[in-house]
Write a protein that binds this ligand. Structure first.
Ligand code: FBP
Length: 287
């Protein structure tokens, strides 16, 4: 029922697509870096208003931000409690569990979300923490979102978005029991030497082909996969990327900085365009 709430809400409701606003960057990247370019975004209410006005599927954020908006916006749109977090002050590739299923239920959330860092030194502890959260969430009927972000000493920055690595992260998230998996758009790099033969002969030049492969890795499309927006970029480049995600069979987008680092009206209209692209036919209406 909670997964249905997410899938039926907003302008994408009933289409099988999702467009989500994630606002954990104040915690993950720091407040100045995240919000100073658009100071109105320091206010948690701003993000609720943006997500509601743009007709999004859900708002995903840590406990503090969701609590700060709950008094005014309770029930206005599905919420995803981002229940583990990292900060940028530490070099540790790890996430602390910052909230639980009980918090999600108190806030009326539809889902709980966790980041995993496959490839980092603490990955197995992270998998165990997330496994506990997922089991409890399922007991209480909450949907589960996993941010699958491979990183670690053995992966260079470019390797984190390599196609084989992103696909591997999506597979691990699916195996852990995620209903919805969040990944970064994959590049044409194949990082693991032992994975290269599997990709021989494939033309990986188009993002749509790479997205299709990530969907395969997420149980052949039986799990919902949404793609992140990354650092703020030119809208044309962003729309091209969203069209390729649609063409590759991706289920939607989860776009934070590209949304709230623009003025409200511009962000609302841009999110509207992202929804239009996801709702249009693959290969049809272009960006
Ligand atoms: P953006 O659209 O701003 O990239 O947000 C997506 C997201 O997953 C956030 O939820 C998270 O804070 C951020 O990316 C983490 O990115 P990274 O770990 O690369 O700094």
């Amino acid at each position: 029922a909670n997964l249905a709430r997410l899938l039926m809400h907003g302008r994408t409701g009933g289409s099988g697509k999702l467009v989500i606003l994630p606002v954990d960057q104040g915690f993950e990247h720091g407040p100045g870096r995240s919000f100073s370019v658009n100071p109105a975004a320091y206010d948690p209410h701003y993000h609720f208003e943006l997500a509601i006005e743009a007709g999004l599927s859900a708002l995903a954020a840590p406990l503090g931000l969701l609590t700060a908006g709950a008094d005014r916006f309770a029930g206005a749109l599905p919420l995803i409690l981002k229940a583990n977090n990292a900060d940028n002050l530490s070099d540790d590739r790890d996430q602390a569990v910052t909230a639980g299923v009980r918090d999600a239920l108190q806030l009326g959330c539809s889902a709980i979300g966790y980041t995993i860092y496959p490839g980092c030194d603490r990955q197995y502890e992270m998998f165990e923490e997330v496994r506990e959260g997922i089991a409890e969430a399922r007991d209480h009927g909450l949907a589960v979102v996993v941010w699958a972000y491979p990183r670690g000493r053995h992966l260079g920055k470019d390797d984190e978005t390599a196609l084989d690595v992103v696909a591997y992260g999506a597979q691990i998230a699916a195996q852990l029991g995620a209903h919805i998996i969040k990944v970064k758009p994959p590049s044409a790099v194949i990082a693991q030497a032992e994975a290269r033969p599997a990709y021989e002969g494939m033309d990986l030049s188009g993002l749509a082909t790479r997205v299709r492969h990530v969907m395969q890795a997420a149980f052949a499309g039986r799990r919902i996969v949404v793609f992140s927006g990354g650092p703020a970029k030119d809208v044309t480049a962003l729309y091209d990327e969203i069209a390729a995600i649609r063409d590759g069979g991706g289920h939607g987008s989860i776009v934070g900085r590209n949304s709230f680092q623009r003025p409200f009206g511009e962000a609302r209209d841009m999110l509207g365009r992202i929804i239009d692209i996801h709702l249009s036919q693959a290969g049809g209406q272009g960006p």
